[in-house]
Every structure is written in structure tokens, then in C-alpha cells.
Design a protein around this ligand. Structure first.
Ligand code: PLP
Length: 281
């Protein structure tokens, strides 16, 4: 079952118009929520980011946020998704292909669906490998828009090199990964790029920093360089699907002892406890 254009319907009945501006221009916005125990995880943070992105790109949300929440919760219930993800996107609507925004009569198009997805427990235990690459994306990486060609190209370039993930940098300054944020640990302190226009302000990033603050793990939202990564004690990424993911090799250099480090493990444990408590309680 999917939600498309004001109604729930079987996925096979969905017909998307080639005039949808999402299709032509990537002119739309989206969110990916985690579903744990049949509940949308950290939904307030996701809605806050959706509203902010919508305002910044001047797309009017098709319904008030409370109504969007009711629709998405109904989708989770009716698809009986206990452990998975929910994808929602809102495009600027359907109109003939010209660059200017369409007139006010064009309604934004919302689409949403759920998928089952396990927690990636084996990778969270063993870690993944990464290569670094020039961050070729635009300068509004803080907006969660459908324009992901840079991210897609960069991710594939890492896979082509036999790595699992790509860590991006601008002139040597590390920003984030292709679909997650990146953090490093040096001398028991966690560092991550500040939440400015060069990174997506990850929900998982925010939760991890909150958990660090609550438990006395030192951290700084301060940019660092690729060579700092090579010399880090631990590196990990944070994201909705990957949670807190150890990165044990960067550009074929082993990070720390080549296994998930103690601070990464501690944050994984705190994150798991946070999931078990239920983020919305
Ligand atoms: N950075 C990028 C480029 C992303 O696409 C994502 C998530 O899709 C993230 C970071 C992590 O954000 P979140 O923790 O909200 O999933």
C-alpha cells in the first residue's frame, strides 16, 4: 500500500505523471523515518527538518503537519510495519516543463510508503570500509531535496573502488558521507562537522550528540581534515538506516585497531537503549 495524491492505494495502481517536477528537475523534498516497534522514530525532528526544507525551497506542504503525521501513522499501521523505514516525498507538483515555479493552482504531490528493514547488526559489529572523495555537491547540502545525483555518483565511485562508503571533503575538510554524517574520535573526544550549509543536519547525528552530552562523552562540532581522519582513534557514521556505524578503514588505511572502538560501542549501546525506550515517550 502507498499514499499518493490524497489517497491510500495499492502500489500497483500508482501512476506518476512525467510532468511531475520531481521527475524533471528533482524539484521536491523528502524524509526517511525509521520505524522501530511499529512507531515512527524521532518524528518531531524529522517533521522539523521537513518543514524547514519546504520553507527554504518554497514548496507549500499539501496538508498541515498534524495531518501529514496522521497519514504517515496510518500507513505504518495499515502496512503493519514493525521494523522498517518510511519514505515520504513532496514534489512541487505537475506542470509543463519550464523552469519557473508553476502557478498557485498547481498542488504539491505527496507520496509515501513503508518498507521492512532490519537493523544492520552485522555491519554495526564488524564495521565498514570507506574511501574519501571530493564533495562535488551544491552548497545547500542542509536541504533534504530530491537532487541527489552528486550523492549517487559519489556512492557509486566508492563501490567501484571496492569500499562500502564514501567520506566527502571540500579541499581536505571532511563534511559527511553520501547518505550519513561522519564523526571521528581522537583522545576520547568526538568531532563532527558543524551543522551548516555543507552537511545534512542528520536526525541520528542530533540524537547521538544528545546522548553523548547526557553521558559525559566529550564532543565538538568542529570541522577536521582528511589527515585527521587517517590518524583518528575511531571513525563512525550516523544515519537513519545505518544507525551508529563503525568505519574501520579509510583509503585502505586501518583506523585505530581496525575494529569498532570503545566510544563507538558505547554510543551504539546508548542508541539501542534510546530505541528501546521509544524516542517519542
Ligand atoms: N547526510 C546525508 C547526505 C543524508 O542523505 C543523510 C540521510 O539520508 C544523513 C546525512 C543522515 O541523516 P539522518 O540521520 O537524519 O538519517
Amino acid at each position: 500500500m502507498m499514499y499518493y495524491r490524497d489517497q491510500f492505494m495499492p502500489e500497483s495502481d500508482v501512476r506518476i505523471s512525467p510532468d511531475d517536477r520531481g521527475y524533471y528537475f528533482g524539484d521536491g523534498i523528502y524524509e526517511v523515518f525509521r520505524i522501530y516497534n511499529g512507531q515512527l522514530f524521532e518524528k518531531e525532528l524529522h517533521y522539523k527538518r521537513l518543514i524547514r526544507t519546504a520553507e527554504q525551497v518554497r514548496i507549500e506542504l499539501p496538508y498541515p503537519i498534524e495531518e501529514i503525521n496522521s497519514i504517515l501513522e496510518q500507513l505504518v499501521r495499515e502496512t503493519n510495519t514493525m521494523l522498517g523505514t518510511l519514505y515520504v516525498q513532496i514534489t512541487r507538483g505537475e506542470a509543463p516543463r519550464i523552469h519557473p515555479f508553476p502557478d498557485k493552482s498547481t498542488k504539491p504531490v505527496m507520496m509515501a510508503y513503508c518498507r521492512d528493514a532490519d537493523r544492520p547488526l552485522a555491519a554495526m559489529e564488524n564495521g565498514i570500509t570507506a574511501v574519501t572523495a571530493d564533495d562535488i555537491r551544491w552548497l545547500r547540502c542542509d536541504l533534504k531535496t530530491l537532487n541527489l545525483l552528486g550523492n549517487v555518483m559519489l556512492k557509486q565511485s566508492a563501490l567501484d573502488k571496492g569500499a562500502d562508503e564514501v567520506i566527502l571533503h571540500r579541499n581536505g575538510t571532511v563534511t559527511e558521507c553520501s547518505a550519513s554524517n561522519v564523526m571521528m574520535v581522537k583522545n576520547n573526544k568526538v568531532f563532527t562537522h558543524p551543522a551548516d550549509n555543507l552537511i545534512l543536519h542528520g536526525v541520528t547525528r542530533a540524537v547521538v550528540l544528545k546522548l553523548a552530552a547526557q553521558t559525559g562523552i566529550e564532543f565538538a562540532e568542529r570541522a577536521f581534515q582528511v589527515h585527521d581522519l587517517y590518524n583518528a582513534d575511531e571513525v563512525f557514521s550516523t544515519g537513519t538506516t545505518g544507525e551508529v556505524m563503525p568505519i574501520v578503514q579509510v583509503d585502505k588505511r586501518t583506523i585505530g585497531d581496525g575494529v569498532s572502538g570503545p566510544i563507538t560501542r558505547k554510543l551504539q549501546m546508548l542508541f539501542t537503549q534510546h530505541i528501546e525506550r521509544g524516542s517519542n515517550k
